[in-house]
Design a protein around this ligand. Structure first.
Ligand code: 3PG
Length: 217
């Protein structure tokens, strides 16, 4: 637990993890360009659509965005994500099979954990960073603090129900390494190819994060 994985360090440096649902892989380039232009070169592309593997491939091939896979539920999806170039794999819950497959591939696994039992299970699988999901309905920042007190060294990526209004609350918790969310990359703006609207949302999120955590953002 003393060495920080370089990909986790990159996520920590970004502070924010945009959670993307792409209906069309053909929109991946536009999205990636908007993220870079907005100052947030990172994306979690969710396996909620069939476009995910190709979208990850398009973004990974650019070389200027840290791209991961989200909503990864199965070992087969881990394989697809890694083959496409995903450098981290996010799941809504904790699956031993998914975490172990990520370890076999040497990619970061970021499973969901919101209870002490789930965090302890993640620790037993050799992890020290978990997605706190769904953050809003699981008690928010107030629920992370006692978990952080009990599990020294564990770091959290709260996601789900986070937005401009409550981002600072999460970033005020020292064990929160980054915060995920879809608010800066809405599906409708992507589908509308609203590049400038996306850049505005992304750069506003970056400004809010920097204000909340000036030392790292
Ligand atoms: C996720 O998959 O991480 C969440 O659905 C993102 O939650 P949000 O849409 O509330 O930001």
């Amino acid at each position: 637990m003393t060495t920080v994985d370089p990909v986790l360090a990159e996520l920590a440096a970004c502070v924010l993890v945009p959670v993307v649902v792409l209906q069309e892989a053909g929109d991946a380039g536009l999205l990636a360009g908007a993220l870079v232009a907005g100052g947030l070169p990172v994306a979690e592309v969710t396996f909620r659509t069939a476009a995910a593997p190709e979208a990850i491939r398009v973004i990974a091939d650019r070389g200027d965005v840290l791209v991961g896979a989200g909503t990864v539920l199965t070992v087969a999806q881990v394989d697809q994500a890694v083959a496409a170039g995903a450098r981290f794999v996010v799941s809504p819950g904790l699956s031993r099979a998914v975490v172990e497959r990520c370890a076999e591939h040497g990619v970061v696994a970021l499973p969901g954990a919101v209870t002490a039992t789930e965090v302890q299970a993640a620790l037993e699988l050799g992890l020290d960073t978990v997605k706190f999901f769904p953050a809003g309905t699981s008690g928010g920042a107030a629920a992370i603090r006692p978990l952080a007190a009990a599990f020294a060294g564990v770091r959290f990526v709260p996601t789900g129900g986070v937005g401009p209004a409550n981002l600072a609350e999460y970033l005020a918790v020292p064990s929160v390494v980054a915060v995920g969310g879809s608010w800066m990359v809405p599906t409708d703006r992507i589908a509308a190819h609203d590049r400038s609207g996306l850049i505005d949302l992304v750069s506003a999120a970056v400004r809010t994060a920097r204000a909340a955590r000036p030392a790292t953002a």
